[in-house]
Design a protein around this ligand. Sequence first.
Ligand code: GTP
Ligand code: MG
Length: 220
Amino acid sequence: MSNLEIKVYRDLMGENEKWAVKTRQLLAENNCVMFNLIGGPGCGKTTLLEKMAGWLEKNLHFAVLEGDIETTRDAERLAALKIPVSQLLTGGACHLEAKMVHYALADFDLEKLDIVIVENVGNLVCPAEFDIGEKAKIAVLSVTEGEEKPLKYPLLFREAAALVLTKTDLLPHLNFNNEACLENVRRINANLPIFPVSAAQETGLTEFIAWLIKQPTELK
Ligand SMILES: Nc1nc2c(ncn2[C@@H]2O[C@H](COP(=O)(O)OP(=O)(O)OP(=O)(O)O)[C@@H](O)[C@H]2O)c(=O)[nH]1
Ligand SMILES: [Mg+2]
């Protein structure tokens, strides 16, 4: 038997889960609910938040955590609309982890907030694997990405509590098969609420917002 020292590192997800649990407790103590917005790069997450801001602030107090690999551009866009926002930069990682989110929440006076929305790093795959302490994940898919994406990247659609189908104003210019998309989503998650929206034309937003603002009481 050799006496070689072998270092073993494992259970990183377990460590992430500990922070997620802490965050969930922290939010519950403050009667605040966090949503984790996940979708591919450029699917329209920040634009959706920009367009929702005016409606949301009429109904509740909310803040946003922006997740990106680099730049503060998305946070700047929301700050310009006077939305309370912090920017999380992963410096390379393709998803947010719970510890980072937990520390960033310290920026906010959670007692005064009803909802925190996290815009995760633009990525249809990895962020869905990480619990960041959210009450629910919200999937965002744009019609320009193709109707087969729910089948190719099923985890997010399985995990999500709702799907926002964005950029529907572009449908007349695309070969996107809307029926097939809905069918593909249903094959992964039969009861997933789906909200078609166009941020550009400001359609479908009120339906999604109505669902969102009901969640604190329904999900708590
Ligand atoms: N036609 C159309 N374009 C949209 C819509 N929503 C967003 N876009 C455009 O899509 C591009 C990307 O939008 P963003 O909101 O920055 O996308 P994002 O998902 O936040 O991007 P990342 O944070 O980089 O992942 C921009 O050029 C938007 O103007 C929409 O409803 N209709
Ligand atoms: Mg964005």
